[in-house]
Design a protein around this ligand. Structure first.
Ligand code: AMP
Length: 356
């Protein structure tokens, strides 16, 4: 089979590697000639995510098509999905590419989330009814804490820019006990596979460490699993879905969703029998889903551009129980350039206290 992947970042690279392992070819489409999935793909298309003609040229060659990020032109995907096998269709993209759409969906499905208000312009800033501190988050193209302002007092609103017609959500700050992500896969035959939650530690809005097999209370896990299943059922989502949650006093608050493999789920390649990538491809290829059981324990650390020196030092002493994945990316501050899986839990304190 020829598996088309729209997007050629590290998620696309791991999908392409997985496709190869399963005996398939991958055709990757990206707007950057040096994207990291390019060298892994059997064939590569260079084009803008708004270029309908080029995308159609790519789509014609594929037996199954998926995507690895959300900011693709959903109107084009909708059109192409009527002629080509984009089985997940455009609807998950429409929700996941807009914080407003995510919040409206959670309201509709009665999934608990932080209180929020839509802020379209400067006048709306005066109507915010949330207590300080709260967050202002740009509705689209915001990830890893980008496009976010922490508003501690009225003066902080002066820095908020409405250039390029950007709109925001004002959002209640949840003083959470911890954050977690949940990854679920739904096959075209309505089989579900849901991994146990990943316990995530962020640093300045960016995922830093992911732990598996933490003692998360059953009632917390149940709330999260019910929420993700409701989203998949009610919104007709197939393939992979990841939801991020805040947990406070054992109550789960929905933060956001991703209809693609997720950064926290990289760890499944090493710690689970069947990874998020394999289960997603199995779902799209009509194969039975694989177990979500853990094979071995470990934790994952994201490596950013500024971490290269520290990474070299760490690996020189600790390579035996660590595995490093390099994304072949130019190191830049706060850019994810690789991840590390560590099979020795004794090292966790080092990463919590001294890494970065
Ligand atoms: P996001 O881009 O929405 O995932 O936000 C990045 C990070 O900012 C999250 O992982 C949290 O650590 C923090 N954050 C975002 N929204 C909230 C919120 N409403 N309350 C508390 N922390 C938040």
């Amino acid at each position: 089979m020829r598996i088309g992947i729209i997007g050629g970042g590290q998620l696309g690279m791991f999908l392409a590697l997985q496709a190869y392992e399963m005996g398939h070819e991958s055709i990757v489409y990206d707007c950057k000639a040096d994207c990291c999935a390019k060298t892994i793909a059997s064939k590569f298309y260079l084009g803008s995510f708004d270029d309908e003609e080029k995308l159609e040229e790519f789509a014609k060659e594929c037996d199954v098509i998926t995507y690895e990020f959300e900011n693709i032109n959903s109107a084009i995907v909708k059109k192409l999905a009527t002629k080509y096998p984009i089985l997940q269709k455009e609807h998950p993209l429409v929700i996941a590419s807009s914080r407003y759409n995510e919040r409206m969906m959670a309201n509709k499905l009665q999934i608990r989330q932080p209180r929020w208000q839509l802020i379209k312009n400067k006048v709306d800033l005066k109507k915010i009814e949330l207590n300080y501190p709260y967050l202002l988050k740009s509705i689209s193209l915001g990830y890893d804490g980008k496009g976010q302002y922490l508003i501690k007092e009225a003066n902080d609103l002066e820095q908020v820019s409405f250039n390029n017609k950007v709109e925001y959500l004002a959002e209640e700050m949840i003083t959470f006990d911890y954050e977690m992500s949940l990854i679920a896969i739904r096959s075209l035959t309505n089989e579900y596979a849901i991994y146990e939650p990943f316990y995530n530690i962020h640093h300045q809005g960016i995922l830093n460490i992911t732990l598996i097999d933490e003692d998360i209370p059953t009632k917390v896990v149940t709330q999260a699993k019910e929420a993700i299943q409701k989203i998949m059922d009610q919104e007709a989502i197939y393939g992979i879905l990841c939801c991020e949650f805040f947990v406070k006093d054992d109550v789960v608050y929905f933060n956001e969703m991703a209809c693609r493999p997720h950064n926290s789920g990289h760890i499944t390649m090493d710690t689970h029998y069947v990874s998020q990538y394999e289960n997603h491809l199995r779902a799209l290829l009509g194969l039975p889903l694989g177990t979500t059981a853990i094979k071995t324990n470990g934790f994952m650390v994201n490596v950013l551009g500024q971490d290269t020196k520290q990474l070299t030092t760490y690996l020189s002493d600790n390579y035996a129980y660590s595995k490093y994945y390099d994304y072949h990316k130019e190191p830049r501050d706060n850019r994810k350039i690789g991840h590390l899986v560590v099979f020795d839990k004794n090292k966790l304190n080092y990463f919590k206290k001294e890494w970065r």
